[in-house]
Design a protein around this ligand. Structure first.
Ligand SMILES: [Zn+2]
Ligand SMILES: [Zn+2]
Length: 126
């Protein structure tokens, strides 16, 4: 499991605090580390003697992210990373369908074309 880091902003105190999801490598229970806890400490599970080191975990997480980034999905149109193979690209606004992409104008033509085909099939069968 990847430890996730995320800042939480506290509007009242006007500070940004760091939280990190940690997973114990001994009892495999996960817990949330916040920056008011020490950087090194003991697993919160009572009968577990695992000690965490936030800096080490953070390094591991960054390493994993660096390794996994080359095979992230790229938009076939603008080559920016996208979240799924079937999506609308946030960078160029084109509709991504697997390795193909359509501009919104293309997609409209495609939908009209499909509707025409469907109406022909409908007429033929009824
Ligand atoms: Zn533990
Ligand atoms: Zn794009």
């Amino acid at each position: 499991m990847l430890p996730d880091t995320y800042p939480i902003s506290n509007e009242r105190e006007n500070t940004v605090r760091l939280m990190m999801k940690m997973q114990c490598s001994k009892c495999s229970k996960s817990f949330i580390w916040t920056d008011d806890l020490p950087l090194r400490g003991k697993c919160p599970t009572d009968d577990c003697d695992w000690h965490y080191d936030v800096r080490k975990e953070l390094g591991k997480a960054l390493e994993k992210k660096a390794v996994s980034s080359p095979d992230s999905i790229l938009c076939p149109s603008c080559r920016n990373p996208i979240t799924s193979k079937w999506t609308i690209c946030a960078s160029c606004g084109n509709v991504v369908a697997g390795k193909q992409y359509f501009t919104k104008k293309h997609l409209f033509t495609l939908v009209v074309f499909l509707l025409v085909i469907l109406s022909l099939i409908y007429r033929y069968w009824s």
